[in-house]
Design a protein around this ligand. Structure first.
Ligand code: FRU
Length: 486
């Protein structure tokens, strides 16, 4: 074990004792101490789900990247594993950036980005590296690293923006697609290899993703290809966030992705980035993302809480009506307690929904909106603060707004963070269906059985357990089912 990895492990162990748990979600995965960003190496190995993550052990802001690691046998209970990788080689001394993994012949193969430290220029060029684990705990890096160098890239590449390989097995060979900035445009490049060590550049897989197509993910559902990417400097204003995570559905031809749908946001909330997917042994396509947006900052850093970084719920996704649908994996239902059901609630003015109050909840609402202009739910209410979820019937929009809740997430210098996000939503037979998860400092809203998702963090200053509904006109909550989630 390298000194850097040992040191990181010590920090991992010792810093957990000093964290403040005030904003720690209960049923969302969050980093025990330090900083977390992207999910990495998400997949299954020897029957266990593997979830690595971008990890900085020494601070609650981004820094030299390590890989942290969790495993799970049931997708609900997660075991903290030792720190998996540290930036301890010349080819990754400035960071082990994001990557992916697959199981092959009893080995879990990882492709990740090694970032080089170039003190003479102060710059950090990037290239692709190989690693593996045989026991699902200890990770070994390949002696041949880097296995894809900058000399294998097309002209016009920015050497500091070549990262995030997504590894797949395709027929008798391996393939990675990698994000690259070429002539200032976000591209996804494709490489193939017979043995994971020798790679050939195959060309541009897809292009036109703002200035950078971070964390490309591609996979097949129902014989169709889906391409996902987290875009930097996106120029498309129809997308929710300045750094949106988009997907397109299409097919592959001659090693290129051909889109059949426009780019659409996967999640229309304020906090969602760098998702990865994998195929579960039972055939489900699972997805998990970092519940955060670059340019935002949680209060835990300034408050000295000792940790920051939360994942979304694990979701299952599928294609319907040419769109990507998502719902939380069904395993989450095993954590439901104390079911409360109410029917035919007429909402004309503000009404407290006491059965929904509490820090860790799930609520399922079927709302008849035929006689209402707008309908709203206040979540995480204290009396002075709340996060507002509001539906405007004429506009056909659902908005989540955290501007009246607790700490601001706006970073002074960034200008990337927003306080509200809006999604277009349909109603079916006058009914709007919402499934809302509240977990201490994170909210996920699933609309119309997976048609839309909005994820949003909030950090209330008070004990924000209240929930209320209100309407302009008349709304009828036909059925409300609420659970405590433990
Ligand atoms: C996305 C990202 C990746 C990179 C990693 C570094 O959030 O910027 O492109 O590999 O984070 O931590």
């Amino acid at each position: 074990m390298s000194d850097k990895l040992k040191q990181a492990q010590q920090a991992f162990d010792s810093r957990q004792k000093d964290v403040n748990e005030e904003y720690r979600p209960k049923y969302h995965l969050s980093v025990p101490a330090g900083w977390l960003n992207d999910p990495n190496g998400f997949g299954f190995f020897k029957g266990k789900c593997q979830l690595f993550y971008q990890y900085h052990p020494y601070d609650t802001v981004w820094g030299p990247m390590h890989w942290g690691h969790w495993t799970s046998e049931n997708l609900i209970d997660w075991k903290q594993e030792p720190v998996a990788m540290a930036p301890d080689c010349a080819y990754d001394a400035a960071g082990c950036f994001s990557g992916t993994a697959i199981e092959e012949d009893g080995r879990y193969w990882i492709m990740y980005t090694g970032v080089i430290d170039e003190p003479s220029t102060g710059r950090t060029p990037q290239h692709q590296c190989l690693a593996w684990t045989d026991d699902g705990i200890h990770v070994e890096k390949a002696a041949e690293n880097p296995v894809v160098g900058l000399e294998q890239t097309p002209e016009g590449i920015c050497p500091y923006d070549f990262r995030d390989p997504k590894l797949e097995r395709i027929g008798d060979h391996y393939r990675i697609v990698v994000a690259a900035k070429i002539n200032n445009e976000g591209n996804v490049l494709s490489y193939s290899s017979p043995d994971l060590k020798h790679w050939t550049y195959d060309g541009v897989y897809a292009a036109g993703f703002g200035e950078m197509a971070e964390c490309p993910d591609c996979f097949e559902i129902d014989g169709r290809r889906v391409l996902v990417s987290s875009i930097m400097a996106c120029k498309d204003e129809s997308l929710v966030l300045p750094q949106p995570v988009v997907y397109m559905i299409g097919y592959e031809k001659d090693g290129k992705f051909c889109a059949q749908t426009p780019m659409r946001d996967i999640d229309r909330g304020l906090d969602f980035y760098a998702p990865q997917t994998c195929l579960a042994p039972d055939g489900r396509r699972l997805l998990i993302g970092w519940a955060h947006a670059w340019g935002c900052e949680t209060p835990m850093h300034k408050l000295g809480h000792g940790w920051t970084g939360t994942m979304t719920l694990m979701r299952e996704c599928w294609i319907k009506n040419d769109s990507l649908y998502q719902r939380p994996i069904r395993e989450i239902e095993s954590r439901r307690r104390n079911e409360a059901v109410r029917e035919n609630l007429l909402i004309e003015k503000k009404m407290q929904l006491d059965e929904c109050s509490g820090p860790c909840r799930e609520m399922i609402l079927d709302i008849d909106v035929s006689e209402t202009d707008s309908f709203g739910i206040c979540l995480m209410e204290t009396g002075e603060e709340c996060v507002v979820l509001s539906y405007n019937r004429q506009a056909g929009k659902l908005t989540i707004d955290r501007s009246a809740s607790g700490y601001s997430l706006t970073k002074e210098d960034a200008g990337l963070s927003k306080t509200r996000a809006t999604a277009d939503v349909s109603v079916y037979g006058d009914m709007l269906s919402l499934r809302v998860f509240v977990d201490v400092s994170i909210i996920e809203v699933y609309v119309n059985h997976g048609e839309r998702v909005l994820t949003c963090q909030a950090f209330p200053k008070g004990k924000a357990y209240g929930v209320s509904a209100s309407a302009c006109g008349k709304a009828i909550i036909k059925r409300l089912v609420s659970y405590e989630i433990v």
